[in-house]
Design a protein around this ligand. Structure first.
Ligand SMILES: Cc1cc2nc3c(=O)[nH]c(=O)nc-3n(C[C@H](O)[C@H](O)[C@H](O)COP(=O)(O)OP(=O)(O)OC[C@H]3O[C@@H](n4cnc5c(N)ncnc54)[C@H](O)[C@@H]3O)c2cc1C
Length: 489
């Protein structure tokens, strides 16, 4: 750690934000004692590693904490939680830093950055994996695929495992195996009182229920154990796209696929302008297209049958569908979402794709002024719909699609305000088709408590009760927050 005081305090103290929104100063001895106790690094803004530890994926959000600790184990995490609570600090927890609302950091506060904790242990016989909470998705897929195993994770490999899992989690395997949290067997967690607990279906069951969907609110998870399934290592998929003037036909085929296709087939439908990527013929750069991101994880002998409706459309302008390793498909879309660009999304869950939703999506694509924006329909229906409504706080078991509008532009974009407004207006036209639920992990910083309530629906009150039990002072509040029942807001 550099000399304390460089973050705005005097030479002998650290000035830092408190939970009440004011500032406090921590004496040098207290910070030094904490620094000596933990094995991991303690960083202040003048340290060379500070910038990397506090850069977020969404470049629209810039926050600078006053202190960052990088634990090397659970004991460091417990010390950090106790330090934050004892000094009443505004605390945040950083996983992969991918959250669009930038909830990994609290401005002027204290951040527990989990990035040093990236161990993964696979038990191929038991078909389980235990992963530390600083893992990115690719860390987990890489190890499990050594054994031809996988658990449902998202489709951009740089995303953090912790943030994704704690809000529910979905990806190409969700149709077969449910939400990511449907595959969660156990966690280790440091709760607000500094205690290290385990939670599973047999131990601290109420905590385990709350963590499976609203997990950012209940402590610092240090490790996750998931059930694994046989997947790959070779699967079939990639991107395929047609001219936008065929949108009606492509959308009809998409609906047919999502009604009748096998669970081993997952297709995300994307309407956008073609990026100037080497795999897109030059004459299509910047032109509107209808694309499908495809993943087929079934028996490769049956792939032609599964993909027949897609192939039947004929004459694509891009066709990158091929047999490839599952890990490659899991990172296929990484380059389309570069770190540091500005991102602004609005999404909902839908249970059907009525004509009117399809025509609205098509019209919005025609009208969209943002060159890098996309209108997305992601198929998730299947296993998640078959579980009990209260199997975990994640709920939303009527959702068969995640859909919405995803705006992206470069940091120096002069039309940023207009673009954001356009996304909000587009969302107003998309909202009528929602189940009423939405995905907590896709909420932007300007979405308030009513959206968090909508995410959890009938589970919200029970979550507030759990919050009152495990975090009555709302120590974990830099997130899509659930305030404790009758407690500190
Ligand atoms: C390009 C991109 C693609 C995406 N694709 C998908 C997808 O396919 N499927 C999907 O489900 N989601 C997807 N997401 C959304 C993703 O789930 C969220 O952005 C998620 O918050 C990312 O987790 P993270 O650890 O990187 O986030 P961070 O920003 O580090 O953290 C997010 C929240 O989790 C909390 N948190 C992090 N670690 C812990 C911990 N150990 N204990 C307690 N709380 C913790 C943080 O405090 C914060 O509130 C995508 C996001 C991006 C940016």
């Amino acid at each position: 750690m550099s000399e304390v005081g460089s973050n705005g305090g005097t030479a002998t103290q650290t000035t830092i934000a408190t939970r009440g929104g004011s500032k406090t100063t921590i004496p040098e001895e207290a910070v030094d004692a904490f620094d000596e106790r933990v094995q991991g690094r303690l960083l202040v803004p003048t340290d060379p590693e500070f910038e990397a530890a506090t850069r977020l994926w969404n470049g629209m959000i810039e926050k600078s904490p006053a202190l960052v600790v990088q634990p090397t184990g659970t004991a460091d995490v417990a010390d950090a939680v106790n330090f934050a609570r004892e000094h009443d600090l505004e605390l945040s927890v950083r996983g992969g830093g991918h959250n669009i609302a930038g909830t990994a950091l609290a401005d002027g506060g204290f951040t527990i950055d989990m990035s040093e904790l990236r161990g993964v242990i696979v038990d191929p016989k038991a078909q389980t994996v235990t992963a530390q909470a600083g893992c990115l998705l690719r860390d987990v897929d890489r190890e499990t695929q050594l054994h031809g195993l996988a658990t449902p994770l998202g489709f951009v490999s740089e995303t953090g495992l912790a943030g994704l899992t704690l809000g529910g989690g979905f990806g190409y395997l969700t149709r077969r195996f449910g939400w990511t949290v449907d595959n969660l067997l156990e966690v280790e967690i440091v709760t607000a009182d500094g205690e290290v607990r385990r939670a599973s279906r047999d131990e601290n069951e109420d905590l385990f229920w709350a963590i499976r969907g609203a997990g950012h609110n209940f402590g610092v998870i240090t490790s996750f154990t998931f059930r694994l399934h046989e997947v790959g290592p070779m699967v079939y998929g990639g991107l395929i796209a047609w001219p936008f003037d065929r949108a009606d036909e492509v959308l009809d085929t998409y609906r047919e696929l999502t009604d009748e296709g096998p669970r081993e087939l997952t297709v995300f439908h994307i309407l956008r302008r073609a990026p100037p990527a080497p795999f897109v013929p030059e004459e299509w750069h910047g032109k509107r297209i209808c694309a499908m991101a495809v993943c087929y994880t079934g028996d490769l002998d049956d792939v032609d049958d599964a993909l027949a409706p897609i192939r039947g459309l004929g004459d694509p302008v891009v066709d990158l569908l091929q047999e490839q390793p599952y890990t490659q498909l899991q990172s296929y879309l990484d380059a389309t979402q570069p770190k540091g660009n500005h991102y602004y999304w609005k999404t909902e869950f839908a249970s059907e794709l009525p004509d009117e939703l399809c025509s609205t999506v098509r019209e919005l694509t025609e009208e969209c002024p943002i060159p890098g924006a996309q209108l997305v329909l992601a198929h998730i229906g299947g296993a998640l719909n078959e579980r009990d409504a209260d199997d975990g706080s994640v709920g939303n078991r009527d959702a068969r699609f995640v859909y919405g509008v995803a705006g992206m532009w470069e940091p120096d974009e002069p039309n940023e305000d207009d673009y954001r407004q356009w996304v909000r207006d587009a969302w107003e036209r998309l909202r009528p088709f929602s189940t009423g639920g939405n995905y907590v992990n896709f909420q932007t910083a300007d979405e308030g408590e009513e959206r968090v309530r909508a995410t959890y629906g009938e589970h919200f009150d029970r979550l507030q009760e759990s919050k009152a039990r495990y975090d009555p002072e709302n120590v974990f509040r830099t997130n899509r927050n659930i305030s404790p029942a009758d407690g500190d807001r």
